[in-house]
Design a binder for this molecule. Structure first.
Ligand code: SF4
Ligand code: SF4
Length: 63
């Protein structure tokens, strides 16, 4: 299993959305101005979202 956490205090949401743009599995999506996680079982643990996040607000780990 994969555990994905978004630190919404650090995340810039719709003003950034870098992780949404790069996620190849469409696991991270925008809901209004907030990043939400959908179908997390599709996450390939590629960690690209973590690489692009300017605020270290998204964390993906094997659970
Ligand atoms: S690790 Fe990869 S597949 Fe998983 S949420 Fe991040 S960008 Fe998407
Ligand atoms: S890349 Fe980071 S700061 Fe930007 S929307 Fe994603 S989690 Fe938030």
């Amino acid at each position: 299993m994969v555990k994905i956490t978004i630190d919404h205090d650090a995340c810039e949401g719709a003003d950034c959305a870098e992780c949404v743009d790069v996620c190849p599995m469409e696991v991270l999506i925008l809901d209004g101005d907030k990043i939400v996680i959908q179908n997390k079982e599709d996450c390939s643990l590629c960690e690209v979202c973590m690489d692009v996040c300017p605020n270290e607000a998204v964390k993906v780990e094997e659970d």
